[in-house]
Design a protein around this ligand. Structure first.
Ligand code: ARG
Length: 598
């Protein structure tokens, strides 16, 4: 199944336009803006009127005339100056849902099959604790990865940690200067407490050394020299770095595991070190990299640039490499190792210029192939209630782990308040609270257009009413409990897949009260397509929310378990189980897992 309902209807209406010697694409059908008046609409008569030099209403009349006898349409008429309104028959809609239910991807086309995509949505820096700034890239990036995987792409999520550069030299030289080398190298990396202590130490130490290096040129020299030694893999410089790296990765893994965010590759900037020299030599030979004021740069300015476009710096005057150098070499590496069709960067919008320079340099310098699409999926800032970038109460940077802990507390509080999860043991309560907390954080983020800023407001995010993650979970769990009752089982882990197959193996028919839920279900692949096409998960979040609402009305207005007519009851249960499946899949694409019960 590869055509969505609106695509199929567009074919039908397009054929009617063709039959009148008008372009078929004028027959594009979409979901009606006024669901109270019609299910679908086509506005093509407006444009057709210009082409044919007739009044839009006359064209619309012709088209409606052609479509009038169509067996799949229950109604075709004209609204206003020439909008064509359409309804489909219940049988047609039911048949569409049957196809969707029978498709292994619920009607989502496998447009990515045979293609690899690398996604870059990590970027935590070693020796520094992860903070709220890393939250959005993880949430949005992982969602894009899940969506692309569902659409058939082979996906590779790379954490691409910041582990290269002078800040590493500063820390390592400080350990050596204060005689701490043996103590640090003696740290047991199996021991969480020792790792935490080291990370704590680094957190305190780093700002101090950074300040000291600023003031004292000799200290700075030392740090720079240490950086070079690390890069040349000299002992104990390199060993110290390796240890710090491992300890940091431990913290990163813990944070990402708490968030339920997955990476396939745990690489960093340092991994491309050996590629840099040959890359720069090659770029110089091609005359793309040039000397400028003692630095080596790639000019990326174009004549039609409206804003300033500085060159991408490969080597600074002191010979050090820059952020752009490792990013460029990483493209070289990714292209040669994974042969990707696309590389997608999910990074703070404020780094936009860097990526513009990088992509221009990459394309101009032939470090990549022209058929590799490089895409910057920038995101807006997560602000505090004061409208400024989110901070702790004391005004500092909030650690990611602390933020997650706050959300966990809040989720637990809300579960208790709502008297949910009452008869569960402590372990299950914790599991539910964790899922609610993560759903609250992720859904609050992903319901916003990626490029917009939003205000972090845990009280609102963790509510069980409104457009929130917990509300979504609650609706999903409610469907599960309904199915449990329908199948007269007390088994908490019901076998949805078996029920699904059973219910859709029978005849499913629709009637009045089922229609709007059925229509909503049929829009899943369109919402998915919009989200995937623009790398914008909010289309799916919005869809999921609308679906949950449609279900809620359906549940309130239709007899399901209490329905006497077995055929109707059966059909309604089929809608319930399909709703569950679609909701579960939508939430899964947002990185949100549904608890067994709530
Ligand atoms: N480590 C960087 C930072 O903290 C983010 C890295 C983003 N990814 C990239 N390929 N540049 O700003």
């Amino acid at each position: 199944m590869t055509r969505s309902l609106v695509e199929k209807l567009s074919d039908v209406v397009g054929a009617a336009f063709s039959a009148r010697d008008l372009p078929a694409d004028l027959g594009a059908v979409r979901v009606s803006d006024r669901p109270d008046l019609a299910q679908f609409q086509c506005n093509g008569a407006m444009a057709a009127a210009k082409i044919a030099g007739k009044a839009p209403r006359d064209i619309a009349n012709d088209i409606v005339g052609t479509l009038a006898g169509h067996g799949d349409l229950s109604r075709v008429d004209i609204a206003g100056p020439g909008f064509i309104n359409l309804d489909v028959t219940d049988d047609y809609l039911a048949a569409h849902l049957r196809d969707m239910a029978g498709d292994s991807h619920l009607g989502v086309p496998q447009s990515g099959s045979g293609q690899t995509v690398v996604l870059d949505y990590g970027g935590p820096n070693i020796a520094k604790p992860m903070h709220v700034g890393h939250l959005r890239s993880a949430i949005i990036g992982d969602s894009l990865r899940l969506m692309m995987r569902y659409a058939g792409f082979k996906t590779l999520g790379d954490v691409h940690m910041g582990d290269w550069g002078t800040h590493m030299g500063m820390i390592v030289s400080e350990f050596i200067r204060t005689g701490a080398t043996d103590r640090i190298l003696g740290i047991d990396l199996e021991d969480e407490e020792q790792i935490d202590a080291l990370m704590g130490e680094l957190g305190v130490m780093y700002p101090q050394i950074a300040a000291a290096c600023k003031e004292d040129p000799a200290r700075k020299e030392e740090a720079l020299a240490a950086t070079v030694k690390i890069q040349n893999k000299e002992s104990p410089y390199f060993d110290l770095l390796q240890l710090i790296r491992k300890a940091s990765v431990n913290g990163m893994r813990r944070n990402y595991a708490l968030l339920g965010v997955h990476f396939d590759l745990w690489k960093g900037e340092a991994d491309v070190h050996d590629l840099i020299a040959p890359m720069v030599a090659d770029l110089k030979a091609k005359k793309l990299a040039v000397e400028s004021d003692g630095a080596t740069v790639i000019p990326v300015k174009r004549d039609d640039d409206k804003k300033e476009m500085p060159p991408l710096i490969l080597y600074k005057r002191d010979g050090g490499v820059m952020y752009g150098t490792t990013d460029l070499a990483t493209i070289v590496e990714r292209v040669s190792l994974y042969d990707p069709a696309r590389i997608i960067y999910v990074v703070d919008q404020r780094q936009h210029l860097h990526f513009e320079q990088l992509f221009r340099a990459a394309m101009a310098g032939a470090v990549t192939r022209p058929d590799v699409a490089l895409f910057f999926a920038g995101f807006g800032t997560m602000n505090g209630t004061d409208g400024k970038p989110f901070k702790t109460r004391a005004g500092g940077v909030m650690k990611l782990e602390d933020l997650i802990a706050m959300a966990l507390d809040k989720a637990r509080e809300r579960l208790d308040e709502a008297a949910l999860a009452q008869d569960m043991d402590e372990a299950e309560k914790n599991d539910v609270a964790h899922k609610v907390a993560i759903a609250a954080i992720k859904f609050a983020d992903l319901q916003n257009q990626r490029t917009s800023d939003y205000v972090f407001d845990l009280d609102r995010f963790a509510a069980f009413e409104g457009k929130t993650g917990p509300y979504m979970l609650y609706q999903a769990v409610r469907i599960k409990s309904l199915l449990r009752k329908a199948y007269v089982t007390n088994d908490i882990d019901i076998d949805i897949d078996t029920m699904f197959r059973d219910l859709w193996n029978n005849d499913v028919s629709l009637r009045e009260g089922d229609r709007s839920l059925a229509l909503q279900l049929a829009q899943f692949s369109d919402a998915f397509d919009a989200a995937l096409r623009h790398y914008m998960p909010h289309h799916l979040a919005e869809y999921g929310y609308q679906l949950a609402n449609s279900f809620s009305s359906f549940y309130a207005n239709c007899h399901i378990l209490s329905e006497d007519d077995p055929a109707i009851r059966q059909s309604r249960l089929a809608l319930c189980v399909l709703t569950y499946k679609v909701l579960e899949t939508t939430l899964a694409m947002l990185g949100i897992a549904i608890p067994r019960r709530m």
